[in-house]
Design a protein. Structure first.
Lengths: 382, 259
């Protein structure tokens, strides 16, 4: 379907597609098997200027928005959701600075992010704070000219690989969520270290690790936005980032569909290619319809968000839920179309099915997304 | 460091056909790409520029549509592209092509290092690089698999050999032809593509480069293609089986029959 992209947006798609085809697809199975972080691919992505697409031009970026990120992520995800997740997580990590950072912070960090010479990560989740983010226990106390952070962040994408971390910590524990603030912690800061490296079901080329802050001392000017506004920034960040996760679902669903159709045209049973059987045709037809419907919703949501509406939570959650549930279903069906071959690691759909699962879990589970949609409906019909 | 890369637009190797009348490559309706070896030459030039400063000029001789590979070169990091194009160049062999390129390079500037792909995948002659060096009276090394260092007005490179490699140091200016092992070319960048889209690609004619009529195109080309054909598959084949020793014994026995 023609989504009427601008020439610049077409270039983004083409560039991300070339990265996927030339740099990601040839090595994705090996990265998955070895649980290996794809550092050299990130360098390729950086050289292609893709890290700059969402950074304003005055900081060396290309000045794109949510829609441009969505376009790039969709193509990268066709190659490997693990690599695409690494890219998406770096964007997520720097969004708080873009949304709430001051001019000095933007000057200091955004040019490096745009150039791809430094990557970011977002530190919100803790052992007791997953879906209920207000349960965080990491604290930050001002001591003279320094903030002192204590706590452990869990399952942090790009942990140990990124150089810039945006960490959510309580500056006033008595106020709960209203006492949270965001801080920039850099790799190498005193008292900042990395813990357990996770061994995951899918997206194994992405790094997922604990962040440990033990009397971690950072300069006073690393506070992002005003004290106590951390959760507002977190919510704004997730509103803008969720369509990115949704687009990973679209890319993954499309890639699984491509594999399934290609296979169904080649595989001969009962004397003809299995695509000639209605049972297979209908599965493929449903898969294709769902992928296209998800893409249309994600693109529409991203364009809506780029118009800076007052409320974007509902559409942001809708596209995340729809596209990632779609990716799970379509990848399972792709394995089914390939039958026994689909279950084997020689074919890419096995990895795609494993990769799909996380999309329904991270950046807000799909149950939490439905909560958000439901709450918004409740407000709308008041 | 002023660098120049010679780039040829070639038909995509996935889709090669011969024109049965002229015995030359059919170019109509075939997708054109940048000669793959030239992509590696370009990447090496861009890396040398990144390490040592200077500029990269991409040069191509070809029909007007060859402009596309020069835009691609700019997207991949070249600073500018120059197209040498004139109906009078048509039918040039490697002798006339090297003359034309040499005239063009003399016209557009002076360069410390000229890089070419080892060969083009259409003609496969591997003659234009060395021919160009000879025309320009430059030292050259073919089949370079690595540029080691740029020191004291010279460059040290590794030349790929059947068994290992030679280390060659040559003074600049010089010319290198490169093999694919030298690097892994980058994907064109977004900013590069935007620059490429807007770039002005000057086109030089035979008159612009002061080329003599007798030296260019068909007139300047001593090569005549007499016949091009696909070899008939040979019917007589024999496959030996068994251990390596047994196979060798069988082979020697078999060869004896021909003595």
């Amino acid at each position: 379907m023609d989504y009427f992209l601008t020439e610049e947006q077409e270039m983004i798609v083409e560039t991300a597609r070339e990265i996927a085809r030339e740099k990601i697809i040839p090595v994705r199975a090996e990265l998955d098997e070895k649980n290996e972080f794809a550092a050299s691919i990130l360098e390729d992505i950086a050289r292609a200027d893709l890290f700059g697409i969402f950074v304003p031009e005055e900081y060396g970026g290309l000045g794109g928005g949510c829609f441009e990120i969505v376009l790039a992520l969709e193509e990268l995800a066709k190659g490997c959701v693990g690599v695409a997740t690494t890219f998406a997580a770096s964007a997520l990590g720097i969004f708080p600075v873009l949304i709430a950072g001051n001019e000095e912070q933007k000057q200091k960090y955004l040019p490096d992010i745009a150039a791809g010479s430094r990557w970011a990560a977002f530190g919100l989740t803790e052992a007791n704070a997953g879906s209920d983010a207000s349960g965080i226990q990491t604290t930050a106390v001002l001591d003279g000219d320094e903030w002192v952070l204590n706590g452990t962040k869990q399952w942090i994408t790009n942990g140990g690989e990124a150089q810039i971390y945006t960490i959510v910590a309580l500056t006033d524990p008595s106020k709960g969520a209203r006492g949270a603030s965001i801080f920039i912690v850099e790799d190498g800061d005193p008292g900042f270290s990395y813990g357990k490296k996770e061994d995951k079901m899918g997206i194994r080329s992405s790094a997922t690790r604990e962040l440990i802050m033990q009397d971690c001392r950072i300069p006073r000017d690393r506070l992002v936005g005003r004290k106590g506004t951390g959760f507002i920034t977190v919510m704004k960040t997730l509103d803008v980032s969720r369509p990115g996760i949704a687009s990973l679902g679209v890319g993954l669903g499309q890639a699984a569909l491509d594999e399934a159709v290609t296979y169904a045209k080649q595989r001969v049973q009962f004397g003809k290619p299995i695509i000639g059987f209605q049972a297979i045709q209908h599965m493929l037809a449903d898969m294709a319809t769902q992928v296209e419907a998800a893409r249309a919703l994600v693109y529409a949501a991203a364009r809506h968000i780029d118009a800076h509406p007052k409320n974007m939570s509902k559409v942001s959650s809708m596209c995340k839920v729809f596209a990632t549930d779609m990716a799970m279903k379509v990848t399972v069906d792709a394995v089914q179309v390939l039958g026994g071959y689909g279950y084997m690691k020689e074919y890419p759909v096995e990895k795609m099915m494993r990769d799909a699962k996380i999309l329904q879990i991270y950046e807000g589970t799909n149950q939490i997304q439905r909560n958000v949609i439901g709450q918004e409906l409740n407000k709308e019909y008041a | 460091m002023e660098l120049l890369v010679c780039i040829k637009q070639v038909p995509d190797a996935k889709d090669v056909r011969l024109d049965p009348r002229t015995n030359t490559l059919a170019r109509e309706g075939v997708e054109s790409i940048m000669n793959p070896f030239d992509r590696h030459a370009l990447e090496e030039a861009v890396r040398l520029k990144e390490a040592h400063g200077g500029t990269v000029t991409a040069l191509s001789m070809g029909p007007p549509q060859a402009e596309a590979v020069l835009r691609e070169a700019i997207a991949c990091g070249a600073d500018r592209g120059v197209l040498v194009s004139d109906r009078a160049f048509a039918g040039a062999d490697t002798w006339a092509t090297s003359y034309t390129l040499a005239r063009a390079i003399d016209t557009i500037g002076s360069f410390d290092l000229i890089l070419c792909g080892k060969q083009a995948i259409d003609g496969d002659t591997a003659q234009v690089g060395p021919g160009l060096a000879a025309r320009m009276n430059l030292p050259y090394v073919t089949c370079v698999q690595k540029t080691r260092d740029v020191v004291d007005g010279g460059i040290e490179v590794e030349r790929m050999m059947d068994d290992g490699y030679d280390v060659v140091r040559l003074p600049l200016p010089a010319l290198l032809t490169v093999v694919k092992d030298i690097n892994e070319p980058r994907v064109p960048s977004l900013k590069g593509k935007m620059k490429a889209r807007k770039a002005d690609i000057p086109v030089l004619s035979a008159a612009d480069i002061g080329a003599e009529e007798a030296c260019i195109g068909l007139a300047g080309s001593p090569t005549r293609v007499v016949n091009v054909f696909s070899p008939e598959p040979r019917g007589d084949r024999k496959i030996f089986t068994g251990t390596a020793e047994e196979q060798v014994d069988q082979l020697i026995e078999h060869l004896r029959d021909f003595l």
